[in-house]
Design a binder for this molecule. Structure first.
Ligand code: ADP
Ligand code: MG
Length: 213
């Protein structure tokens, strides 16, 4: 498979490439080089690469190009297994989006006051990052709708399954449009991930990055 190595080889907006350079991202990591061309074409991707390989920017750059910043609706949802990981993803997305002044990223996790989150949801965020239980709670209570969702990301999908979140994840997916792009990222690629991919994705491109260790 042919892969590009530089972000400037992708047809990204100039301000985005400048921002990546300012973040010190001179070259794409292998998972970014392998997945971004398909992600930017709107395809479903299931990708496995070890921790620390730059998976957040792989889907993050994709999200930022799929979103219409002028439309104040939730267009992307990233599900993460833990609050700590959701906070890290939100932080990285905000860094990646520094060139988009009006982009709003909202983090919704358990263990945080519900009332405050409901107040935040009064002004829709373009991107919501959260844990499955709390996102399901907000959907059930009618605080959040995902009718305008364009991209769904299941991050650390192997850990979400290990932690027993598959019912919550499936319920959330049932509330999203079938025309969505679904990106599934995982540090490992057990058979459960393959099954999940078959259930929630359409003709996904499968990318496995072998690690040297
Ligand atoms: P993963 O989700 O695969 O565990 P992360 O997305 O958390 O990995 O990225 C790990 C680290 O690599 C982060 O500190 C991130 O800022 C950095 N990083 C991501 N992409 C690049 C890149 N192209 N060049 C340099 N550093 C990068
Ligand atoms: Mg990650």
């Amino acid at each position: 498979m042919s892969t590009t190595l530089s972000f400037s080889d992708l047809s990204l907006p100039e301000e985005q490439v400048t921002n990546l350079n300012e973040l010190g991202y001179a070259q794409m990591t292998p998972i970014q080089a392998a997945s971004l061309p398909a992600i930017l074409q709107g395809k479903d991707v299931v990708a496995q690469a070890k921790t620390g390989s730059g998976k957040t920017a792989a889907f993050g750059i994709g999200l930022l190009n799929a979103i219409q910043v002028g439309e104040f609706r939730t267009q992307a949802l990233v599900l993460c297994p833990t609050r700590e990981l959701a906070d890290q993803v939100s932080k990285e997305l905000r860094r990646l989006a520094r060139y988009l002044a009006n982009l709003k990223v909202l983090t919704l996790c358990g263990g945080q006051p519900m009332g405050q989150q409901i107040d935040s949801l009064a002004h829709p965020a373009h991107i919501i990052v959260g844990t499955p239980g709390r996102i399901q709670d907000h959907l059930r209570k009618g605080n959040l709708t995902l009718n305008d969702l364009k991209v769904l990301v299941l991050d650390e999908a192997d850990r979400m399954l290990d932690m027993g979140f598959s019912d919550e994840v499936n319920h959330i997916i049932s509330q999203t449009p079938t025309q969505r792009q679904t990106l599934l990222f995982s540090a490992t690629y057990p058979v459960d991930i393959e099954k999940m991919s078959a259930n929630v994705q359409r003709s996904p491109q499968r990318i496995i990055i072998e690690s040297a260790d």
